[in-house]
Design a protein around this ligand. Structure first.
Ligand code: IMP
Ligand code: MG
Length: 195
């Protein structure tokens, strides 16, 4: 291995060792995702529906959610960046990948992993609303209400969680930990803060 590409994270045998505690376990995730799928089945029966997943954090949630949905629907993806890869978002949002499809006149649900300050969703909801969908609603797996800096209406929340940095089930820290099958709190020592 080239020394210039060596990242100490790859020396770890298991990512589980960096988790201080499991906040939402696999069984609870499965149960809640099933409930959210059933809500969509009920509310969007016989309607044209497009689910928009915000990359990359929501991919695992999205993949499980659409398998809990039994009605016909389409999916599309967007990618945003909130400048910086650390543990907090700056409020400046930029689109890295836009939708492939027009949403004019369609029923759209934005599927997010987590709402923290609210800046990302606030921006995304505003630019999608300008494209005149028939309806636009927001479903997030996780919500950290204590951290909100902008007031946004979220239609469905999987779990409200305390103000702690979490990883797993799609959520990352520096692009790692997305594969953990649960939502866990990262040990503060991992991102250089005192325990
Ligand atoms: P917001 O714009 O502050 O609401 O930030 C939302 C984005 O920040 C999410 O889509 C995540 O990518 C990231 N984020 C916020 N909190 C966490 C966390 O606890 N773990 C991992 N990513 C997070
Ligand atoms: Mg995200």
């Amino acid at each position: 291995m080239s020394a210039s590409f060596h990242r100490p994270i790859f020396d770890k045998v298991s990512l589980h060792q960096d988790i201080a505690k499991v906040l939402v376990d696999e069984v609870s995730l499965r149960q809640r995702v099933r409930e959210l799928g059933e809500i969509i089945n009920r509310e969007y029966a016989h309607k044209d529906l497009l689910l928009v997943s915000v990359l990359k954090g929501s991919i695992i949630f999205m993949a499980d959610l659409i398998r809990a949905i039994t009605i016909p629907h389409e999916i599309d993806f967007m990618a945003t960046s909130s400048y910086g890869t650390g543990v907090s978002s700056s409020g400046v949002v930029r689109i890295l990948k836009d939708l492939n499809t027009s949403i004019e006149g369609r029923n759209v649900i934005i599927v997010e992993d987590i709402i923290d300050s609210g800046h990302t969703l606030n921006y995304l909801a505003r630019i999608l609303q300008e494209r005149q969908p028939a309806s636009l609603r927001i479903m997030t797996l996780l919500d950290k209400p204590e951290r909100r800096e902008v007031d946004i209406h979220v239609d469905w929340v999987g779990f409200s969680i305390p103000n702690e940095f979490v990883v797993g089930y799609g959520l990352d820290y520096n692009e790692i930990y997305r594969n953990l099958p649960y939502i866990g709190v990262l040990k503060p020592s991992v991102y250089g803060a005192p325990e």
